[in-house]
Design a protein around this ligand. Structure first.
Ligand code: AMP
Length: 614
């Protein structure tokens, strides 16, 4: 059988994480994570704009975060697809070091230097970087298709906004899949087995637990999924920060929270100590010159030692919350913990011994060791990607919807149409009747039930109903959820067949015009970036060539200066050196490449001269 996958079908899997992102690809049946330029397999999900207006993404953004805290965005994933007035955004406004402002659609924008960016735009910068990582690894191949992962608990707006981010980055997002499902795919890929597994994913910002059944013929069925989009490593860091701030307050009566730079340094030190404590029993936290106080600007230093036990007491309720969510999920799936045959750990936070112990105790078994917690999700996304474009791959993914969906009816009751943990894609209909005489229109409020709160996803109006007494007109409301977990709703007057529908997209916070504009900007950036990269490569080569030629110059001059021919050659070589330097100064990449070639010929000639016996 011919393999359908072609170069155009080259598809990458991207784990767009809160703290780190990872890109993977499947090559001849083998999934692999693609390292970035620095050789790292994950890239920090950070974006910064420098004073000179330059965009930095990944490690270089992270390295300058302390000195440019106000213009460095991290944990954008916590804001994506959220409304300005939502609890999580209010919370973030108080804790992050960059400025968050209200967008034109009640959405969230981030202020960096003198420009406002939407959250999908920031995420797009990270996705674009991951696309570049993949393209650099595969020179000459343009990669456009991607599967992107999201936490299972992401709601419709968050999924839609993530898809928008992909589009802005110039990616054709062929599927959005849930992170735990991706992890299960990576775990089960290529193994013939039937097994009930739990994926416990504690990352930088979110917690997810999923129970999946891996069946014969590559069928992955999600039985239940739950999580908390505000429970992750950052919360652990925050506890350490609180402890440090409180200790400093007690000692010096100074509130470090009032100084953004100090706070950023605390954040870094807290995370570092937390990670260290996964391996050792004690971590020293040393932050000299953390703040200056008083008229004389006296410098104060922070110096503490954090023990593993203290850390564990600071965060035990967070670990308990994870376990409680696991318990609830098993109950939903009508399963006992002992029925789970394997536990897969995902996310950097699962390296913490306390987390591992809690998981082992709850499930009554040691978690699986064979998968890399930082890489499984990206790998799973790449596996799903290849399965979507390659007919030879047998893989069936049966995911579920993490929230109940329904409509808000007249009496402000939530009428459920699709229950939580229903396998997607799915559709469901329900018939409603008018509530007033001669009612000419009905408003359909599309709701999602999220931990006891009803969140409005979108609304639309079915107009032009015939005159009739109340209760006489029957309206069929149909919900459908596609494989990306994105919701569409329609309402139909059953007698006239008149219909109205929406795909719930408005809530991502961006209009299609805005997305088009952002795509253009992203494309421009890419062109600039490629030009800069090309110039830098030529510049580096030129500098090396100049240094090599200059080194040999005195010796060559001495050997050949006695002949006219030799003097002419020396003169020409000087000319080539000058021209190369000029092209570097004027940043003329084409001229520079040309002079580099001439200079490399000169170098070969010089090497020939000095190696000859004379
Ligand atoms: P992820 O979102 O999966 O990249 O996970 C990132 C989170 O894992 C961050 O909060 C990190 O601080 C945390 N993390 C990474 N390595 C460790 C470690 N060795 N011990 C504890 N936490 C870690």
């Amino acid at each position: 059988m011919e393999v359908k996958s072609t170069m155009e079908d080259r598809v990458i899997g991207i784990d767009l994480g809160t703290t780190n992102s990872c890109v993977a690809i499947v090559d001849s049946g083998t999934p692999e994570v693609i390292p970035n330029r620095g050789g790292y397999k994950t890239t920090p999900s950070m974006v910064a704009i420098t004073e000179a207006g330059k965009r930095l993404v990944g490690h270089i953004a992270k390295r300058q975060a302390i000195t440019n805290a106000e213009n460095t965005v991290y944990t954008a994933k916590r804001l994506i697809g959220r409304k300005w007035d939502s609890g999580p955004v209010k919370n973030a406004r108080q804790t992050v070091s960059y400025e968050i402002v209200e967008g034109p659609h009640g959405d969230v924008r981030v202020q960096l230097r003198d420009q406002l960016y939407s959250v999908p735009e920031i995420s797009a910068m990270i996705l674009q970087e991951m696309k570049l990582v993949a393209e650099e690894y595969r020179p000459g191949e343009e990669i456009s298709k991607a599967v992107i992962t999201v936490p299972a608990y992401f709601n419709d707006s968050q999924r839609q906004a993530t898809k928008d981010a992909g589009q802005i980055a110039g990616l054709d997002v062929i599927r959005i899949i849930n992170e735990p499902t991706a992890a299960a795919l990576a775990y089960g890929y290529g193994k013939e087995m039937e097994r009930l597994i739990a994926v416990f994913d504690l990352g930088g910002g979110t917690f997810d637990i999923s129970i999946l059944e891996i069946g014969e013929g590559g069928v992955f069925k999600v039985m239940a999924t739950a999580g908390d989009t505000f429970l992750g490593g950052e919360d652990f860091d925050a506890r350490i920060i609180d402890w440090l701030v409180q200790g400093f307050q007690d000692q010096h009566d100074v509130d470090l929270r009032e100084d953004r730079m100090a706070l950023q340094r605390l954040k870094d030190a807290a995370e570092k100590a937390k990670c260290e404590l996964s391996g050792v029993g004690e971590a020293d936290i040393n932050l000299p010159f953390i703040i200056s106080v008083g008229r004389s600007n006296e410098a104060l230093h922070l110096q503490r030692t954090l023990g593993r036990e203290t850390l564990e007491s600071l965060v035990s309720d967070l670990v308990d919350r994870c376990v409680d969510i696991c318990r609830g999920t098993l109950t939903d799936a009508q399963l006992e913990a002992s029925e789970v045959e394997e536990v897969v750990l995902v996310g950097g936070m699962t390296r913490m011994p306390m987390v591992q112990t809690a998981v082992a105790e709850f499930f009554g078994r040691e978690p699986c060791k064979g998968v890399h917690p930082d890489e499984v999700v990206g790998i799973g996304a790449a596996i799903q990607g290849i399965a979507l474009v390659d007919e030879q791959e047998d893989l069936i993914l049966l995911d579920v919807t993490p929230h109940a969906l329904g409509v808000m009816t007249f009496g402000k009751n939530f009428e459920e149409l699709i229950g939580q943990n229903t396998t997607v894609p799915t559709s469901q209909t329900k018939i409603f009747t008018t509530s007033r005489d001669n009612q000419t229109a009905v408003k359909i409020l599309v709701m999602q039930r999220e931990s006891e709160d009803d969140v409005l996803l979108g609304e639309f109006i079915l107009t032009g109903l015939r005159s009739a007494p109340k209760g006489q007109i029957e309206i069929e409301v149909a919900f459908s959820i596609d494989s990306d977990g994105i919701v569409s709703v329609s309402a139909k007057d059953l007698e006239t067949g008149q219909e109205q529908s929406i795909q719930v997209t408005a809530s991502s916070g961006l209009t299609s015009e805005e997305i088009d504009q952002m795509m253009e900007d992203a494309q421009e950036y890419l062109v600039d970036r490629r030009e800069t990269d090309e110039f830098q490569a030529a510049q580096q080569r030129g500098e090396t060539l100049i240094a090599d030629v200059e080194k040999l110059f005195p010796e060559v001059e001495e050997i050949v200066a006695s002949s006219d021919f030799g003097r002419e050659a020396i003169g020409k070589a000087k000319g080539v050196l000058d021209k190369t330097r000029q092209a570097m100064e004027s940043k003329d990449v084409e001229a520079l490449k040309e002079h580099n070639e001439a200079l490399s010929r000169t170098l070969r000639m010089f090497k020939g001269v000095v190696s000859r016996p004379h």
